[in-house]
Design a protein. Structure first.
Length: 202
């Protein structure tokens, strides 16, 4: 059994700009696989043009290469904790032609791996105002021997109405715990116990 927690954390601040509209969650999906070469995540069933989509993919084989479903996905963050785990977060907006509930598939080249992923959709409460990424801040972390928590990096909201998202991943299943006061949207785990990967989106 390991005696320290190895993980990755990313804070993302979503905003609608000066409009300060409320940000609404339109749906979430998640998936995981042990010894997988791809992972598919479903778009929300409630889908409108201009919605913001955020996908979080974590995997154990850090030497592998992850490919997005298409060029419309922009890589927001790509962070590794040594050779243990890697987390990649992608964003894109919904366009005409996107089908509600359809799946998007990320593929891994360079060997099978233990994968976990989650996808969420976001919409402004004001028609014609669209959400976007205000800022993001990520880090890697390893606790001291016997430690069981990782600290997220600092981030400052400039305006009221902004939404803070926390994306976390840990080496091994069962380590991700939702911080107090935050809402959990998904928690996939790859399996394989201490040799797997556990993901958290809040």
């Amino acid at each position: 059994m390991r005696n320290a927690l190895h993980g990755l954390l990313l804070l993302v601040l979503l905003s609608t700009g000066p409009a300060c509209a409320t940000l609404l969650n339109t749906g979430n999906s998640s998936g995981a696989g042990n010894g997988a070469t791809q992972i598919s995540l479903n778009l929300p069933a409630d889908l409108q043009v201009g919605d913001l989509l955020i996908a979080q993919i974590a995997y154990r084989n850090t030497s592998a290469t992850l490919s997005a479903p298409n060029a419309r996905w922009t890589l927001l963050q790509n962070t590794a904790n040594g050779s243990l785990i890697r987390q990649q977060v992608y964003v894109r907006t919904v366009a005409s032609g996107d089908v509600a509930g359809s799946s998007e598939t990320w593929s891994v080249s360079g060997g099978n791996t233990r994968l976990a992923g989650g996808l969420s959709g976001w919409r402004s409460s004001i028609a014609g105002i669209y959400p976007g990424i205000e800022q993001s801040q990520g880090n890697t972390g390893t606790t001291s021997v016997g430690g069981n928590a990782l600290s997220a990096p600092a981030i400052t909201a400039a305006n009221a109405g902004q939404l803070l998202r926390l994306f976390g991943v840990s080496y091994g299943n069962g380590f991700a715990v939702t911080p107090p006061g935050l809402s959990e949207y998904y928690r996939p785990q790859s399996g394989a116990g201490l040799n797997g990967t556990s993901q958290l989106g809040v």
